[in-house]
Design a protein around this ligand. Structure first.
Ligand SMILES: Cc1cc2nc3c(=O)[nH]c(=O)nc-3n(C[C@H](O)[C@H](O)[C@H](O)COP(=O)(O)O)c2cc1C
Length: 365
């Protein structure tokens, strides 16, 4: 039977060659928000992984919205030029379509790189003030954010719109909004981080209001020939917090705001929360979200080709995203194609490493 994983899929008006997506992965290797040679090598590699779409790491819409000093931004002509150069290269050298994740880190901003401890920046490490729906820290010892005021709402909404315009100019095929992992948009959605008493807090409609406003603003400036999506939260993995039913509401809201797809992830709202370590731990939630009719991707411990194939062939999700498995095997898509009896596009320079090498195939010269 032909592989479902390797069948094309349409997202809005773009078509992906297959349903494998490289999940956004921060590299903490930018300089003042600007992409560097590391990104050229890393993304150049992933653009030839066999995935239909590579999503660039969380790229922040304002300087103080970055997670760490090494995080990427898209808030100035310099950051746009640096990322634009990398993306031009990926387009020339690679086979994948290219997307970008636009983000604001909210109360998880002003952090150390993971290999420097991953905690909040300490005095002497050039920390900065953070913002959030409520003045509640991410966990013990974390910065206490300032509860956002009217001008913050306007500035950050505008920053998402401006960053999206820069992403359009760079020529991305897809733009996705980070609404998961405890960063700003998710912190509005979850009652753990949002205890506002105005129109942005309380009921789920109110907690979704600001993420929806961001989505609407971005949709206004992103033409329909670019797919627009969001990474959303399936669950907070905390009793009494954000649930799969809330994720379904979120997907409906974003679909109505004109988004073409969602990616179901989970966790990250507080330092106390722990994600499960079972294979495909978000898949059952994705299936519920997919029932809303929006194209749905799922991420989280999807590791083997057969596992990925089963997720999409059984209709649990339309696409899968992989992160760590692809760092481990950057040609994951090539090897999955071989395992599932399909094939992927390869750059001309590497054509002789395709099916000709597979056991039983004739050796082409
Ligand atoms: C090095 C690294 C960096 C990550 N950076 C991001 C990011 O920028 N944005 C995001 O939404 N998730 C990020 N994640 C989470 C992944 O996209 C993914 O959701 C998570 O690793 C689970 O998928 P996996 O089991 O395939 O690794 C990162 C994960 C890793 C390992």
């Amino acid at each position: 039977m032909p592989s479902t994983l390797f069948s094309p899929i349409r997202l809005g008006s773009i078509e992906l060659d297959n349903r494998i997506v490289i999940a956004p992965m921060c590299q903490y290797s930018a300089v003042d928000g600007c992409a560097t040679d590391w990104h050229l090598a890393h993304l150049g590699m992933l653009a030839n992984s066999g995935a239909g779409l590579v999503v660039i790491e969380a790229t922040h819409v304002e300087r103080h919205g970055r997670i760490t000093h090494g995080c990427m931004g898209l808030y100035s002509d310099e950051t746009e030029a640096a990322l634009g150069g990398v993306i031009d290269f990926c387009r020339r050298a690679g086979t994948a379509k290219l997307g970008i994740q636009l983000a604001h880190a909210g109360r998880k901003a002003s952090s150390q790189r993971p290999w420097e401890g991953g905690g909040p920046l300490k005095p002497g490490q050039d920390p900065w003030d953070t913002i959030a729906p409520s003045a509640l820290p991410f966990g013990p010892g974390w910065h206490t954010p300032r509860a956002m005021a009217a001008d913050d709402f306007e500035r950050v909404r505008d920053a998402f719109g401006a960053a999206a315009q820069r992403a359009v100019r760079i020529g991305f095929d897809a733009i996705e909004l980070h609404m998961a992992h405890g960063y700003l948009a998710h912190s509005f959605m979850s009652p753990i981080a949002n205890q506002r008493t105005d129109q942005y807090g309380g009921s789920i409609e109110n907690r979704m209001r600001y993420p929806r406003e961001i989505a609407e603003r971005v949709r206004q400036v992103v033409p329909r020939n670019i797919a627009l999506g969001a990474r959303i939260t399936g669950t907070d993995w905390i009793d009494g917090a954000w649930t799969p039913a809330d994720a379904v509401f979120c997907a409906k809201t974003l679909k109505a705001a004109g988004l073409d797809y969602v990616d179901v992830s989970s966790g990250g709202i507080s330092s106390e929360a722990r994600n499960p370590t079972t294979p495909g731990y978000n898949v059952d939630i994705a299936q519920q979200v997919r029932a809303t009719g929006i194209a749905t991707r799922v991420v989280g411990l999807i590791v083997t080709p057969q596992q990925a194939e089963t997720v999409v062939a059984d209709g649990k999700a339309d696409m899968v995203a992989l992160a760590r498995a692809v760092l481990d095997d950057p040609r994951w898509g090539w090897h999955a194609a071989q395992a599932l009896g399909s094939d992927v596009k390869r750059p001309n320079q590497y054509l002789r490493a395709g099916p000709a090498l597979w056991p039983g195939a004739a050796v082409a010269r």
